[in-house]
Design a protein around this ligand. Structure first.
Ligand code: CDP
Ligand code: CDP
Length: 202
């Protein structure tokens, strides 16, 4: 049996953290779709065009250690605006969404494009300032030298580009439940999401 949980939202809203916890709770597989775009973006650093990079993406590319950097995030959001790049990545994501045993996918267009018939659709968000603080803490802990202001500017730039693009823009699906985690701890956010999914699963 397949069961798809779609989790979308802007950068650093907590999508990945919540997705991992939800997937572990139900024994579902989890796909961080942002990684596909980050890996595609990172391949363009080596001279490939965005389309070549997306069409030649392999599992090995998803293991690069620079994918969480700010540069890879910016490159991801630029290649993500190219329709042919998105098209090259659709089949893999849709097969993952409908795999046996259940799946959680997080990204920007899961509930709108990849899995419009998902059993559960969430749009996880938080204020710009809260998201920037969380991502800044994460990057500093990893040793990146970056200011809070730089992180805030990076998130805003990507969110604006992601929301403005013509193909699969960042926006809540009409039937998504919006969860604002600005004032929630990770545990509180996960508990709220699990309660909501529990209701849907009956
Ligand atoms: O996947 P996405 O970019 O939406 O966000 P994430 O990587 O899951 O979360 C960004 C950062 O915020 C991580 O360091 C999380 O631990 C943290 N976070 C938090 O402090 N409180 C929450 N309610 C959710 C996430
Ligand atoms: O972790 P964070 O939320 O900062 O970013 P991410 O989820 O890793 O996504 C990086 C970039 O990939 C986003 O800014 C989007 O431009 C793009 N992306 C997308 O267009 N569609 C998706 N389903 C996932 C990511």
């Amino acid at each position: 049996m397949s069961f798809c949980i779609a989790i979308d939202g802007p950068a650093a809203a907590g999508k990945g953290t919540i997705s991992k916890a939800v997937a572990a709770h139900f024994g579902f597989a989890h796909l961080d779709t942002g990684l596909l775009y980050r890996a595609t973006g990172a391949k363009t650093f080596e001279g490939l065009t965005p389309i070549e990079a997306a069409q030649s993406l392999t599992a090995e590319d998803l293991k690069r250690d620079d994918l969480r950097s700010g540069d890879a995030g910016q490159a991801a959001s630029r290649v993500a605006a190219v329709p042919e790049v998105r098209a090259a990545l659709v089949d893999f994501q849709q097969a993952f969404a409908r795999r046996e045993g259940g799946a959680v996918l997080d990204g920007r267009d899961i509930g709108t494009v990849i899995c419009p018939d998902a059993e559960v659709k969430l749009y996880v968000t938080a204020s710009d300032e809260v998201r920037a603080k969380r991502r800044h803490k994460e990057l500093v802990e990893k040793g990146e030298e970056i200011t809070l202001e730089e992180v805030l500017a990076d998130l805003r730039e990507r969110d604006e580009r992601d929301a403005a693009r013509a193909t699969a823009p960042l926006k809540p699906a009409e039937d998504a439940t919006v969860i604002d985690t600005s004032d929630m701890s990770i545990d509180e956010a996960v508990a709220q999401v699990l309660a909501l999914i529990g209701d849907r699963r009956g």
